[in-house]
Design a protein around this ligand. Structure first.
Ligand SMILES: [Zn+2]
Ligand SMILES: [Zn+2]
Length: 438
């Protein structure tokens, strides 16, 4: 065998005489195995493997990760740029649309700004296809009582349950627990319940209403959970048995459709506002990747981005296809707040059903680590969702300079966790160590 085409685990095959590794779409999160152990990023393992075998490695991407591009920019990697798109396809024309203004002037049609509405109408009239992107599955992120503000929560996790109209139930996206839909508020008894936020199911409903003759399908984890269902949805779109796909980031995965000329992004803001140091980088990558689906050889594609923040720097950079600008605007923040690519980053995730024991363990661990690492240890602090599957959660962050030996840090963490494991009272706390978390 001369060539192996594989998923991330293929990196562990017993290679002999390895000459070249190609990691395509190197920015993809799916290169990281999150659960179960071992937690590894196949892209990073590939680099180590290439070093061991003294072979060449190519990391490919139209929207590289900040870490990889930083390595290229600083001369650690060699940068090769492709000047034009494959097949000389023109970049799509991107238009940013102000939905704050749309709502204020009451010109929105459901969640569609007239600009997006008309573009869809035009595409359908030309017998062209459309992708509508919203990175939330279900019908609405939550139900809410209009009278008292009560929101149904998961019993196992500290998070509101997502309303799935298809199946008429509430689903927890953290533990998959399900509940029947409420018609009456559990807190005040009111029947005045409403949905809040926007998911893919709701967009499909609205599209049916606004474009009754269009053939619509949904592409998300619920509708395309299995390989077979995923392939059927794609095949149907390829054969133009459907006109519109409404999907989550599943629609970005390198799909190429000859007849797709319009991509609509229903709301760019929930990506941009996500509380993570990579939120802007991810938004840029996601928006660029989704946009890249529009337009083929014969016709320039069109992308319409709906947002409340039309002057957002990232949107401007997406508009101008300015990866370099995005990269350079991210670096000072990464440096100032001690994040990769400048600092190494490890998260220790602790969990226990007993909240008190969890806090005791986490505080002791952080305190002990601080004896050696000082202010490089942050926390413990509760993650955004601080209870999942009835386990309370706490995270300890360790961020340290590149010049400090990772081996030394590793030993320190293991020694300290060993100490905790030997403490009968605290041993019930479970932990995960996530190096270079994504
Ligand atoms: Zn109520
Ligand atoms: Zn749950």
């Amino acid at each position: 065998m001369d060539v192996v085409l594989g998923v991330r685990s293929s990196i562990f095959l017993p290679f002999d005489n390895l000459g070249l590794i190609v990691v395509d779409e190197e920015h993809e999160n799916s290169y990281k195995q999150q659960n179960p152990d071992p937690r590894y990023n196949a892209r990073d393992i590939a680099i180590v493997l290439a070093t061991i075998h003294k072979c060449k490695i190519i990391l490919g991407s139209a929207t590289p990760s900040v870490e990889s591009y930083y390595n290229a920019d600083s001369g650690k990697y060699h940068l090769v740029e492709l000047g034009e798109r494959y097949g000389k396809v023109e970049l799509p024309k991107i238009q940013i649309v102000d939905i704050k203004d749309g709502y204020r002037r009451k010109i929105m049609k459901s969640h569609f700004h007239p600009v997006l509405y008309q573009a869809i109408e035009e595409a359908l009239n030309n017998n062209e296809q459309v992708v509508l992107f919203q990175n939330r599955r279900g019908y609405a992120p939550y139900l809410e009582c209009k009278d008292c503000g009560w929101v149904p929560q998961c019993d196992n996790c500290n998070v509101s349950m997502t309303y799935h109209k298809y199946g008429n139930q509430l689903v927890c996206h953290y533990c998959t627990d399900k509940k029947h839909i409420y018609y009456r508020c559990e807190s005040c008894g009111s029947t005045n319940l409403t949905t809040k936020g926007l998911g893919t199911e709701q967009i499909v409903d609205e599209v049916y209403e606004l474009f009754p003759t269009a053939r619509v399908t949904r592409l998300d984890q619920d509708s395309a959970g299995s390989r077979k269902r995923f392939e059927k949805i794609i095949k149907d779109f390829e054969n133009h048995n459907t006109d519109i796909i409404v999907g989550t980031q599943m629609v970005t995965k390198g799909l190429d459709f000859e007849n797709l000329t319009l991509v609509g992004i229903l709301n760019a803001d929930n990506m941009l506002n996500f509380p993570d140091f990579r939120a802007f980088e991810r938004s840029f990558q996601l928006l660029s990747q989704v946009s890249g689906r529009a337009g083929r050889r014969q016709k320039q594609g069109k992308v319409i981005v709906q947002t409340y923040t039309t002057n957002h720097l990232i949107l401007k950079q997406v508009l101008e296809n300015d990866f370099d600008g995005m990269f350079r605007s991210q670096l000072p923040e990464r440096k100032a707040f001690k994040y990769p690519p400048y600092w190494n980053f490890i998260i220790i995730r602790l969990r226990n059903k007993d909240k008190q024991k969890l806090y005791k363990t986490a505080n002791l661990l952080a305190e002990n680590l601080r004896k050696d690492l000082y202010q490089r240890v942050l926390g413990p602090e509760e993650p955004l969702v601080n209870m999942v599957k009835r386990y309370f959660l706490l995270n300890i962050h360790i961020r340290f300079e590149k010049k400090i030996s990772s081996i030394k840090i590793k030993k320190l963490i293991i020694d300290n966790l060993q100490q905790i494991a030997e403490n009968k009272e605290l041993a019930s706390t479970k932990y995960e160590i996530d190096v270079d978390p994504l």
